[in-house]
Ligand binder design. Structure first.
Ligand code: ADP
Ligand code: ZN
Length: 791
């Protein structure tokens, strides 16, 4: 009986996001999760098998094409991951193929590229064609990049019709297993009957199997190997070679520490969840340095002892060698590492080791949530509140939700670890849906660093106008006198310019949405980018009538200049998007600081996370206001998280440390709560505000982003989008996005809210479908973001 496969082809197109049926040739081993190559119209495409059947009615039907090829020895995706792609596509309103592609480790994809060659008969004149004649077939994309004049509409078709060029498609297989030929000694030979080279080979192989490439290096040719093989003295076999991301690194094995009482309680809760008891999610709420990582390590060991695998997710930026080192020291070979800095080959091999059950634990950034364990026991999200767990391109999934889904499938436990849990998670714990495990003290009773809040309004009143307040200058002086180090944080995102009164600290906000109004330089207007509200730039402060009202924003470079004015001899390392564009720059800058070649590290958010420098006795926050006044409903939460995290960088060594936070809003609850390390106080205030204004986690939101080159069209499309919802739908916008123009594309957004997710998704899906089939959609791109991290 014929077998048929349901294939999703690798084309990102809404209309083609459905399975197509292909016949499976009887000699071919296609399984659910296999990647295949199929004919599709005139092309060949990569596809994913999501189902198999032997429907006899299909056998009669003509016109069903055959699968041409299976791409991997064993399916790269498990059946569970194939199911996940269906659930995820419905959950985040994206294409199923988006998920299937996102799951496959990077660099593995089978792709097709267009190539072009010169086939004309007369000498070409243009440089572009001369280049082709001289260089043979070349990749079309690269050629067009060098000769953009060829990219005119119709140009290529004309050249093709005139027989001057020929286009073709070439396939790239992507990465696979790395194969090597290894020789084994199978028959101890009488040395006297061997030639010199043969004897040399036998000598080497007596010590153990050896790769042919290695034998060649030692002077044994392939011909010698073949002659020995013919005589039955050795045999050769093809084996795969593992590309090990941790190769050559030494890890001193480390045993479990004996758990503290609080750690023991957390481990017991996790154990109970592991045993299949609900709730299966544990919120591990522990201050920085309270021993969360040790809890993870021991829970993973328990899970492995039960024969089950674990996944540990860390925010990309925290995936420092330090973290990997701790895992490798505990689990050695049983750790698989998955992150974007690995080569494609390493990633592929680590993936296969997980699928084959060779690894106990996979540690990686967001996409490691797809690690193909067949028997998963535990999923850990470290720093679970981090926004990097949400992918900001399709599929726009959140790793936390996928963790919960996979845990449901495997009866596995989920551990969400954080010093500042997301409001979403904290709410679930309060509702009794998660187990709450607090770790309230730092290990060894190390104190939390004291946090000093400096009121910058008072500084101004006292006639002190520097961006460094007097208390911060004094603290820096002390650091330099004691030959310690300081970290200065300047949280700044390019677009976030808000207007603030330097005398009273008043910030211009939208009364309806409670977000900071954004300053538009060109029109001298202030605009709320949630609703349509706008107002003119005020000449005086509406609250205190002060004249020092101005838009706000300072760069790290300016901070460095200012610092040098006060301390001319100080050595500074700067860590921000400008200084870290080159590969490896990030680590290099940190090493400079680590080796004490710099006294001060100035940086953006990047300096807040994961760094552990025992000589840092001071952390200074240049202005907390840039975080508070981000035009975003999560601004308060982000501020609290940032301040807590950056405070955790101070006083890690025996010398202790302190934190100085400069602000124009010292009374803001996020700042007060960070000062006293009081999460509960923060939660109480923040949740009241969110509930009142109808923001998550008390509502659900979907952001519909419309973009295109023609601004008028984009605006029209956005209004049209709004008209597709029922009259009583709760809609914010249309309004320009916080970043209004990216690479020539104008961007507008429409935000839809509802208290429940299901009806919201249904309404949005319906509207998006109608939108795509309508004239206003022409030349406008729609992208849908369910549960956006920011608006
Ligand atoms: P967190 O992940 O919460 O920041 P860590 O697990 O990194 O905390 O622990 C902080 C420090 O305390 C580390 O140096 C760790 O080795 C040490 N530590 C953790 N648990 C214990 C324990 N039970 N006994 C002794 N030292 C511990
Ligand atoms: Zn508003």
């Amino acid at each position: 009986m014929d077998t048929f496969a349901e294939i999703i082809v690798s084309i990102r197109h809404n209309r083609l996001d459905r399975p197509f049926t292909y016949r499976v040739p009887s000699t071919m081993d296609v399984r659910v999760g296999s990647r295949v190559v199929v004919p599709f119209g005139p092309q060949r495409l990569e596809g994913f098998c999501i189902g198999l059947n032997t429907d006899s009615s299909l056998s009669e039907t003509d016109g069903i094409k055959e699968i041409e090829e299976v791409l991997d020895e064993a399916p790269l995706l498990t059946e569970e991951l194939v199911d996940l792609s269906a659930w995820g596509a419905a959950r985040w309103l994206c294409n199923r193929v988006d998920f299937l592609q996102a799951m496959v480790p990077g660099g593995v994809r089978w792709t097709q590229r267009k190539w072009v060659e010169f086939t004309g008969e007369v000498e070409p004149e243009s440089p572009s064609l001369c280049y082709l004649r001289d260089n043979g077939p070349v990749k079309m994309a690269a050629w067009l990049k060098s000769f953009p004049e060829m990219d005119r509409p119709g140009e290529l078709r004309r050249l093709q019709q005139d027989g001057i060029i020929k286009l073709s498609r070439r396939e790239t297989r992507g990465i696979g297993k790395k194969k090597i030929l290894t020789a084994y000694l199978i028959n101890e030979a009488d040395q006297s009957k061997l030639g010199n080279k043969q004897a040399l080979a036998v000598g080497i192989l007596k010590k153990g199997p050896c790769a042919l490439t290695e034998l060649e290096k030692q002077g044994v040719s392939r011909a010698t190997v073949r002659s020995l093989e013919k005589r039955g003295i050795i045999k050769t076999e093809e084996t795969s070679l593992r590309r090990d991301p941790l190769a050559g690194e030494q890890f001193i094995p480390q045993q479990s520490l004996s758990a503290t009482v609080a750690q023991g309680e957390a481990l017991q809760q996790i154990g109970d969840a592991l045993a299949g008891n609900k709730p299966r999610t544990v919120l591990l709420h522990g201050v920085t340095g309270s021993g969360k990582t040790e809890v993870y390590l021991q829970a993973i060991a328990d899970t492995a002892a039960a024969g089950r695998g674990s996944i540990v997710l860390v925010p990309e930026i925290a995936l420092t060698p330090q973290m990997i080192e701790r895992f490798a020291a505990r689990f050695g070979e049983r750790v698989a590492v998955l992150h974007s800095k690995l080569s494609a080959g390493e990633r592929y091999d680590e993936w296969c080791r997980i699928a084959a059950g060779e690894a106990w634990v996979a540690i990686g950034a967001r996409s490691a949530i797809f690690a193909p364990f067949r028997n998963l026991g535990l999923i850990i999200l470290d720093e679970e509140h981090e926004s990097t767990y949400k992918q900001d391109e399709a599929p726009r999934y959140h790793a936390r939700d996928i963790a919960l889904w996979r845990a449901g499938n495997h009866d596995a436990a989920v551990v969400l670890g954080s010093a500042t849990p997301a409001l979403e998670s904290s709410l679930q714990a309060r509702l009794g849906n998660y187990r709450l495990c607090p770790l309230q003290e730092r290990i060894a009773n190390r104190p939390m660093p004291p946090v000093e809040i400096v009121d910058m309004r008072q500084e101004l009143k006292d006639g002190h106008r520097s961006i460094f307040s007097r208390p911060l200058l004094a603290a820096l002086e002390k650091v330099f006198a004691e030959e310690k180090q300081a970290i200065l944080l300047l949280n700044r995102r390019g677009y976030a310019t808000f207007v603030l009164c330097r005398e009273c600290g008043h910030v211009m906000r939208c009364t309806g949405c409670n977000v900071a109004l954004k300053f538009h330089m060109a029109e001298e207007m202030l605009r709320c980018h949630y609703c349509e509200h706008q107002e003119p730039y005020p000449l005086t402060c509406p609250k205190c009538s002060g004249r020092y009202i101005k838009h706000f924003g300072t760069g790290t470079q300016k901070v460095e200049e200012e610092l040098r004015k006060h301390f001319p001899h100080v050595r500074v390392a700067r860590l921000d998007a400008d200084t870290t564009t080159r590969k490896g720059a990030h680590q290099k800058i940190l090493n400079t600081f680590k080796n004490k070649e710099a006294h001060v590290l100035i940086g953006t958010q990047m300096v807040a996370k994961g760094l552990d420098f025992p000589d840092v006795t001071l952390v200074g926050v240049i202005t907390a206001d840039t975080a508070i006044n981000l035009p975003d409903f999560r601004a308060g939460e982000r501020t609290f998280q940032l301040l807590t995290q950056v405070a955790g960088r101070a006083g890690r060594g025996s010398a202790g440390g302190n934190v100085v936070v400069q602000t124009y809003t010292p009374e803001h609850y996020a700042i007060l709560a960070a000062k006293t390390h009081d999460y509960e106080a923060f939660y109480a205030e923040e949740s009241v505000a969110r509930r009142e204004l109808g923001y998550p986690p008390f509502t659900r939101m979907v952001r519909l982003l419309l973009s295109g080159e023609d601004e008028a069209r984009v605006i029209d499309a956005a209004s049209f989008m709004v008209s597709l919802f029922e009259g009583d739908a709760d809609i914010l916008g249309p309004s320009p996005c916080p970043i209004e123009k990216v690479r020539g594309q104008f961007r507008w957004q429409v935000v839809v809210r509802h208290c429940e997710l299901e009806p919201l998704l249904a309404a949005v899906e319906d509207a998006a479908e109608k939108f795509r089939c309508s004239p206003p959609a022409t030349a406008v791109r729609l992208s849908v973001d369910v549960d956006p991290q920011s608006l």
